[in-house]
Design a protein around this ligand. Structure first.
Ligand code: UT7
Length: 321
């Protein structure tokens, strides 16, 4: 039996933290009290204008490859989950591959599932490895969401941040990923979208992130609870045998409500939203890497990673670390 096992994790945040008070000082009509009370967010990182998703992905990947004890040339598959790619094409994954100095490598492609992107990418890489076609995958979530924020819309601009997280996933005879569950329902796409297009050299439509926050909130709590139950049932692992729940980091209240529905206490939930804000596809691997490096996540523990995002998409990965 071939399993896909996490061999190493890495992450990267650009620049210094930008606090809620820093946003107020920049002229946004908000307050630290409002943001912290409604979302749990205290700070986020914002990339400099010339920093791209592939650069953040590179920094996170170097750390993950080092933690895995392998070389870039050992990687035979790269999947980058992002909604803020460097270009329309080539893919951020091929740009990352070039930055890593991998020539004549295996497949490299981007995956678009917004905030569920990392769960989708991890589940996809797992299928490649379990099939025997690939041995070592680099799976990355990398975002510069600050580029698609309307800084005049206080209902959204205070919520998001930039960053990247990565894992090296390798073939192993030991578990590994135990179960995955991915879902989508495109009929909900208007409640969270960036409805702009590039057309004949200019942007048509709206190039900024638009969101119906309350609709997203309710949807997120429901599907995050459902998919956590689904993936644990699939693996035959009771929820109370999961050591850490690592959900998408959008809002601490979404995590608390999901935890309550599942009967998972907050002591078992990894939450980095206070320091990172919502970094979309980067949020789960960023949270994972932080918990690995601060010693909370240990080898042999069971982790439940789950995300929800635009599309709408949602999904979960249960793994033994
Ligand atoms: O990756 C998934 C992406 N998104 C999410 O997960 C977000 C899910 N939704 C949420 O987290 C919450 O719905 C929000 C944090 C976005 C909003 O919280 P809410 O409790 O649903 O607030 P609201 O949108 O109902 O707004 C309440 C009030 C409004 O004022 P009035 O109409 O009551 O006078 C807003 O104008 O808060 C006002 N408001 C703000 N005030 C200060 C909205 N944004 C801000 C702000 N600072 N940044």
């Amino acid at each position: 039996m071939i399993y896909a096992r996490v061999a190493g994790t890495g992450s990267y945040l650009p620049g210094e933290p930008v606090t809620n008070d820093d946003l107020v000082a920049r002229g946004i009509d908000t307050s630290d009290e409002w943001i912290a009370e409604r979302t749990g967010i205290r700070a986020r990182h914002l990339a400099a204008p010339d920093v791209t998703a592939s650069q953040l992905a590179y920094e996170a990947s170097v750390r993950a490859i080092e933690a895995a004890g392998c070389q870039p040339s050992d990687i035979d598959l790269i999947i980058v989950a992002t909604s803020t790619p460097d270009y329309i094409f080539p893919s951020t994954a091929t740009l990352l591959q070039a930055r890593l100095g991998i020539t004549n490598g295996g497949a490299a492609f981007d995956l678009q599932a917004v905030c569920t992107g990392f769960a989708y990418a991890l589940a996809t890489a797992e299928k490649f490895i379990r099939s025997g076609s690939n041995k070592r995958a680099l799976v990355v979530g990398a975002e510069v969401f600050s580029r698609i924020l309307d800084w005049n819309d206080r209902g959204t601009c205070v919520l998001f941040g930039d960053g990247a997280g990565a894992v090296v996933l390798e073939a192993s005879d030991k578990p590994g990923i135990l179960a995955t569950a991915l879902h989508a329902d495109g009929s909900h796409n208007p409640i969270l979208c960036v409805p702009g297009q590039i057309n004949r050299g200019s942007v048509t439509g709206d190039p900024f992130l638009r969101m119906d926050g309350q609709a997203v909130f309710k949807f997120a709590v429901r599907v995050l609870s459902e998919v956590a139950r689904e993936v644990t049932a699939q693996a035959g692992v009771p929820l109370d045998a999961v050591d850490w729940l690592i959900p998408h980091q959008a809002n601490i209240r979404i995590m608390q409500a999901t935890g309550r529905r599942l009967g998972v206490p907050m002591e078992k939930v990894i939450a980095t939203v206070a320091q990172h804000g919502n970094t979309s596809a980067a949020s789960i691997p960023l949270a994972l890497d932080h918990a690995v490096r601060d010693g909370r996540v240990q080898r042999g523990q069971r982790l439940l990673l789950e995300g929800v995002g635009g599309g709408f998409t949602w999904g979960a990965v249960l793994l033994e670390f």
